[in-house]
Ligand binder design. Structure first.
Ligand SMILES: Nc1ncnc2c1ncn2[C@@H]1O[C@H](COP(=O)(O)OP(=O)(O)OP(=O)(O)O)[C@@H](O)[C@H]1O
Length: 310
């Protein structure tokens, strides 16, 4: 796809209040075309509100939002055929049959995806004749996802697409997102699952209390800041002062429990080799040797002092 000028989504200084509650408090982020972007944060962080402003369902109190270069509040008509939307709930007529609804939405678009293929992909084969209200929560969610993507949009907003899904449906959703990305579709999803963000997203924006507190690729976010660690087990009472002398100055070694060791620092291949060489020189077999990488959960904890799921 040719995208000459603007980013797919640009949000600058977005503010949205509900009465005296500030749900979004100066949030800014940019989504590049053809990427998967995860807006990651705990419940109540302002993710849904932000996405709903982008979708044109809510008006910002202040700030600027551009979606495909357009203002979603004023140019919704132009955006609707180009943007797919999966809401957290609702937006579907409860008495309609699942397959009818999907076919209906497909007909509104010039070049829709193959409906039977989509039904199969999302494991909705058994629900075709069932009305929406009789579907399980997970089936309703997958149908909402199918409806968001059936029109081959350029950009899709998925609000908590896998919340409450069983592992199989979750994987089917992940696969579909990966396929969308491979087709050049821009995907913006909200999630409070850090593994989902790590796995799917090119860019992650961590949101807390209505603001973006960190942005970057999952790798970059997990690499920056605090250090990784290396753990191993061995005979108790190793001479860690001697080991520390062999390590780079910024690395530290601890016996965290009897016979259980932890080396903290910039764990690169050289440091790993130094530790194992030191063990070899001292006749020590380092068992259960593991390098622990920081997760987005750790990043969130370091930035906010709170657990992501709190
Ligand atoms: N219609 C509303 N009226 C009043 N307060 C609201 C409304 N919608 C959201 N809020 C409040 O605004 C804050 C942000 O909510 P929002 O739904 O945007 O967060 P979220 O990050 O999407 O959380 P969740 O994952 O729970 O949906 C929360 O404190 C929420 O209670």
């Amino acid at each position: 796809m040719d995208h000459p000028q603007s980013a797919a989504v640009e949000i600058v200084d977005l503010v949205k209040t509900y009465g005296d509650k500030t749900a979004v408090d100066g949030l800014g982020l940019v989504v590049e075309h053809g990427t998967v972007t995860a807006v990651l944060g705990p419940n109540g962080a302002g993710k849904t509100t932000t996405i709903e402003v982008c979708e044109g369902y809510r008006r910002a109190d202040s700030g600027t939002v551009r979606v495909l270069g357009l203002d979603p509040a004023a140019q919704g008509e132009q955006l609707r055929p180009r943007v797919g939307v999966m809401l957290q709930s609702g937006g579907v007529y409860a008495g309609a049959r699942a397959d009818e609804m999907l076919r209906h939405v497909a007909k509104l678009h010039a070049d829709p995806l193959d409906v039977p293929m989509l039904i199969e992909r999302l494991g909705l084969g058994s629900c075709g004749r069932t009305t929406y209200r009789r579907l399980s929560g997970g089936q309703q969610q997958r149908l909402a996802l199918a409806m968001a993507v059936v029109g081959r949009p350029e950009l899709v907003f998925l609000d908590e697409p896998t919340a409450g899904l069983d592992p199989q449906a979750r994987r089917a959703t992940w696969d579909l997102v990966a396929d969308l990305r491979a087709d050049g579709v821009t995907v913006v999803l909200t999630t409070h699952f850090m593994d989902e963000a790590e796995r799917l997203a090119d860019q992650v924006h961590i949101v807390d209390r209505g603001r973006v507190i960190a942005s970057g690729s999952p790798e970059a976010l997990c690499r920056d800041g605090a250090e990784n660690s290396l753990r191993f087990s061995g005979p108790p009472g190793l001479d860690l002062t001697a080991m520390a002398a062999a390590l780079p100055a910024d690395a530290k070694a601890f016996e965290v429990a009897r016979g259980s060791y932890r080396v903290e620092g910039d764990i690169d291949p050289q440091l790993l080799a130094t530790v194992t060489a030191w063990c070899a020189q001292h006749g020590v077999m380092p068992e259960k040797l593991t390098v622990e990488r920081r997760t987005l959960e750790d990043v969130f904890l370091e930035l906010t002092g709170r657990e992501l799921r709190a």
